[in-house]
Write a protein that binds this ligand. Structure first.
Ligand code: BEZ
Length: 235
């Protein structure tokens, strides 16, 4: 790769840019190795820093829950492999934080000293830092398409419950062909697609379909938490 190669920032709906990398769990070929799974590719600014440590402990503690939703985790920073290994060992052996201790990070953490991957994914934001990646999150679906992108600055630790909610909401939208309203959680009403004709819109407004309409363009229906979770979790 040319050193000053300029990349377009990946966008929602794009195929996830491909790369091969060295990680704490061996080499990976991304996103091909994750075909059939959802994957969250996320960057952190630097090893041996406090916000990142709190994030890694939190994410590692939730890894099983994400895996049960068929979602794998892959971290990245522009540090080297030996720094990653030493930092993860320190976390396991020394850090007790908010009831979490002996936390083993078993998901891969990419070394990216060349910033090759960080640049490809638009994780370097020179206005924030020219030497550290920002806190980027890419949620990628089982066919390798980017479905959500979230960025946080260096000083702000992420909300990992929100990332779990994002994965469940994307899967629910795909499976049930609906959209999810503000603050949606499994069991809350979902938004049905717009009526295809005036007749259908009228029927909906007159309560002829099993849905609640706030106006002709805004109708919701119930899907129970059990139906949502039993349908989407392993997909
Ligand atoms: C942190 O993780 O604590 C951190 C990393 C880089 C800059 C500022 C804070």
């Amino acid at each position: 790769m040319e050193e000053n190669q300029v990349f377009a920032m990946p966008r929602i709906g794009d195929k996830a840019p491909e790369f091969k990398a060295v990680t704490t769990q061996g080499d990976i070929n991304f996103p091909a190795d994750y075909s059939g799974s959802w994957v969250i590719l996320f960057s952190h600014p630097a090893d041996f820093t406090p916000v990142c440590t709190s994030e890694f402990m939190t994410f590692a503690s939730l890894e099983e829950k994400f895996n049960e939703a068929n979602c794998k985790l892959v971290g990245l920073s522009v540090d080297g492999l030996y720094s990653h290994i030493a930092w993860l060992r320190t976390i396991k052996e020394k850090i007790e934080y908010k009831g979490m201790k002996d936390v083993e990070v078993t998901f891969p953490l990419i070394e990216d000293i060349t910033m090759n991957v960080a640049k490809k994914y638009g994780m370097m934001m020179p206005g924030e830092s020219s030497t550290k990646a920002v806190r980027a999150v890419f949620v990628i679906d089982p066919v390798g398409v980017i479905r959500t992108i979230i960025y946080y600055p260096l000083s702000l630790g992420r909300n990992f419950d929100e990332l779990y909610r994002v994965v469940l909401a994307l899967k629910t939208a795909d499976e049930f062909k609906i959209a999810t309203p503000a603050d949606w959680r499994p069991g809350d009403d979902v938004i049905v697609p717009p009526a295809g004709s005036c007749g259908v819109a009228k029927d909906r407004m007159e309560g002829k379909e099993e849905m609640k309409c706030y106006d002709w363009f805004f109708c919701t229906k119930k899907i129970s938490e059990e139906t949502v979770l039993s349908t989407i979790l392993k997909k």
